[in-house]
Design a protein around this ligand. Structure first.
Ligand code: BGC
Length: 251
């Protein structure tokens, strides 16, 4: 059985898959293979709860191993307060309690971008940064995390800034690029508008760009003209898992 004061399980709930791994929270490295189950159609609470339970059962952990779980919505005091790209049944739900009752143990429950941002700040692309770091994940939606000198300011919802009369994520997320079959240049023009606006509002010291598309960052980051350095995320698809585990362990 896995036993270590440095270990925690991270679970990352997303629109297409639910992923989990055992994490060494000292190094931020995965200690197990990444387990994955497709997100059930419709993303209803009970169906996702059952998937999380099934994933956790795959790990041979003791009762004291902390478990962190991410979710793509505003998370306030364990409740999910929004549902931009998931079932509306999550709005106002005592989601942390739902998972805790099913697992029979406490968990740490957190917004997905907050977990990813925390991980990049502690172990990844912003490890050596000081001041204000903004992580954005460009995926189905846009997730945002604000970290000031290592302290996470939760639930900033930077994907829902209104830009030119539109919800920013509806124009600048990677899903918009795919849906509208935009060229890298056309998408970069939208990203330019988005990041210039963020830069004007927050005066950050560093932008970190995550989400699956960050593996193609050389196609679009060099096209942006910003005063703030902008770098791809390093932990890629594992950032949510690692951040959830680290936050659950209280790193
Ligand atoms: C949600 C955020 C989430 C982001 C990335 C947005 O639509 O409102 O809470 O972090 O998508 O999944």
């Amino acid at each position: 059985m896995a036993k270590s004061k440095q270990m925690a399980v991270g679970v990352d709930i997303g629109g297409t898959g639910v992923k989990a791994a055992l994490v060494d929270v000292k190094s931020g490295e995965l200690l197990s293979d990444r387990e994955k189950i497709a997100t059930p159609e419709g993303g209803e609470p009970d169906a996702i709860r059952d998937v999380v339970v099934e994933l956790i059962e795959r790990f041979d952990i003791d009762d004291d191993t902390p478990i962190g779980v991410t979710f793509p919505a505003i998370v306030r005091h364990g409740r999910t307060m929004s549902a931009a790209n998931v079932s509306k049944a999550w709005i106002g739900l005592e989601a942390e309690q739902l998972f805790e009752d099913a697992l029979g143990r406490d968990i740490h429950f957190v917004n997905d971008a907050d977990a990813a941002g925390f991980a990049e700040d502690h172990y990844g692309a912003a490890k050596d940064a000081s001041g204000l770091v903004i992580l954005t994940t460009l995926g189905t939606g846009i997730g945002g995390a604000l970290i000031y000198n290592g302290v996470l300011i939760p639930n900033v919802e930077l994907g829902h800034l209104e830009l030119d009369g539109h919800d920013a994520e509806s124009r600048a997320a990677n899903s918009a690029r795919e849906r509208e079959e935009l060229s890298w240049e056309a998408w970069a023009a939208r990203l330019q508008r988005y990041y210039s606006h963020l830069e004007f509002i927050f005066s950050p010291d560093l932008f970190v760009v995550g989400g699956g598309v960050s593996k193609s960052s050389e196609q679009f980051l060099p096209l942006l003209d910003l005063k703030t350095p902008i770098v791809p995320a390093m932990l890629r698809n594992n950032a949510g898992i690692i951040g959830a585990a680290a936050l659950a362990r209280g790193v």
